[in-house]
Design a binder for this molecule. Sequence first.
Ligand code: C2E
Ligand code: CA
Ligand code: CA
Ligand code: CA
Length: 280
Amino acid sequence: AMTTAGGRLVRYDASLERQLTQQATLAADLRRAMAAGEFQMRYQPIVELPHGRMVAVEALIRWVRPDGQVVSPEHFIPVAEDTGLIVELGEWIIDTVCAQTADWRSRPGAEVLRSVAVNVSARQLLDPGLPQVVADALARYDIPADQLTIEITETAVFGGGRALATVNALAQLGVSISLDDFGTGHSSLGLLRTCPVHAIKIDKSFVDGLGGTPQQEAIVTALVGIADTMGLRTVAEGVETADQAHRLFELGYHHAQGFHFARPLPASAITAMLQGDHQA
Ligand code: C2E
Ligand code: CA
Ligand code: CA
Ligand code: CA
């Protein structure tokens, strides 16, 4: 169907309109959820291979609705990005994660936790205020900068500009920069030259390819080779089986993360793990 908008003829797309309405509803709901304190952080262990001892955690957000329903970040992070709400939400995430890190650091057994990683999306990197937000949170909770890792995706910094300037400013603070979903973007290798990166996270899709064709394994092998040569740490993501963990270790991966080792957990579960390690 056709309809006129300001004298122009535009195609009327009912599905697009429905989508926009849904997005507006979700955006309003996100604002309300933020005020109501419905967001929570989960923490997934990053372990050392081959033994699987926790050395770090990645913070992952959850939206827990009043009825107990948990909404995946895959659903609301894109809307939070489109509406700019991610800036405010991102500040809450950084504050919450730093407060939690300070709590862990104050406990016996905390030495095993070398770093806590937090995800920062494309839109957050366009906010020139982000490095100051991070610096303030580190100071507020008295956390050494090198204990915080910022996970960015290659698509977020592709094209350089403001996002790359933000990453440089973050690196300048002394926080570690980790390139997430590595190998899935357009410019993975190029970015290693232009962007200050300390670690790469090999995407789950490559881990899933282990045991497949020789070509699939060749990519996983090549990626760790490049990382080693450049002095970058490597984390293999989405490890779900003992076979994958074993193979990754054989191929030279030092760190892994995935359901085989642990799911994203409430902070209290990580605290208990630190306590257990201490007693062991
Ligand atoms: P990501 O940063 O790539 O996070 C990894 C995702 O894989 C997480 O999903 C995690 O729960 C999941 N995962 C971990 N191990 C396994 C495994 O063995 N198998 C499978 N199938 N999945 C595994 P989650 O928590 O739903 O997060 C999805 C995405 O949402 C994240 O992808 C990230 O892009 C975004 N996100 C999550 N938390 C935050 C946050 O605090 N801030 C921002 N900006 N984005 C976030
Ligand atoms: Ca991540
Ligand atoms: Ca990832
Ligand atoms: Ca991802």
